[in-house]
Design a binder for this molecule. Structure first.
Ligand SMILES: C[S@@+](CC[C@H](N)C(=O)[O-])C[C@H]1O[C@@H](n2cnc3c(N)ncnc32)[C@H](O)[C@@H]1O
Length: 207
């Protein structure tokens, strides 16, 4: 019986793809993903369907229909599908078909590895697609590092924390474009990051 595969493809470079993800994707009839995700498979000749923030529902519905028609479909999710990834969205829509999830290396894991933080000692918070969390201020002052997946613009998070009275000398790290050739790891005090420009691909740690 055909399945809908939700495949974690890691933080975005080929080095962090798992063999399981590659095999699942190569054996699919249709692969669905963002431009960034599908670029990793530009040499794979399988039919590709592009998905972006504006058409997620429509494209996932298309994928579900194709599974019902008997095709093997993979939906690519950057990082791990279960952390601010496509798992929740697909689960809420795909009720009467089999789903299989292939885990991927999350940007959170790569951030923790780069900064050599055992991530069972941190608090994790995602604000992606949700806006600034009201819990954030209490979490960052609890004595444990906080790893934050920001809501697109990290500048907004930095500004928010400073506006709410966080000490400008508080240590933070920003991991940008993890796994890519132009990766940046910035360790500084939060006040010094106010005028930095960052891409949307960042994970932030507040110590
Ligand atoms: C839709 S969320 C997906 C998170 C993903 N499921 C994961 O486990 O990493 C996209 C956000 O993840 C972070 N992200 C994804 N890839 C990244 C990378 N290579 N470097 C830094 N941050 C990344 C950025 O904050 C980006 O806006």
């Amino acid at each position: 019986m055909s399945k809908l595969h939700i495949v974690g493809i890691g933080p975005g470079s080929k080095e962090y793809l798992t063999l399981e993800a590659i095999n699942t994707i190569k054996s699919s009839d249709i692969i669905i993903g963002s431009e960034r995700a599908l670029k990793l498979f530009d040499k794979v000749k399988t039919k590709k369907i592009y998905l972006d923030a504006s058409n997620v529902k429509e494209i996932v519905e298309y994928g579900i229909k194709k599974v019902k028609d008997g095709f093997k479909v993979s939906i690519l999710s950057t990082g791990d599908p279960g952390f601010s990834g496509l798992l929740k969205t697909v689960q809420s829509m795909a009720k009467n078909i089999d789903i299989e999830v292939t885990p991927g290396i999350s940007s959170i894991q790569l951030c923790a590895a780069r900064l050599q933080i055992p991530w069972d000692t941190v608090d994790l918070i995602t604000m992606h697609g949700k806006g600034i969390s009201t819990e954030l201020l209490s979490i960052i002052n609890n004595g444990r590092p906080t790893i934050i997946l920001p809501n697109l613009k990290i500048e907004e998070t930095i500004r928010h924390l400073l506006d709410k009275g966080v000490d400008p000398g508080k240590k933070v790290a920003v991991c940008e474009r993890l796994g890519y050739d132009n990766e940046r790891l910035i360790k500084n005090s939060i006040g010094n990051l106010l005028n930095e420009n960052f891409s949307y691909m960042c994970v932030m740690v507040v110590y």
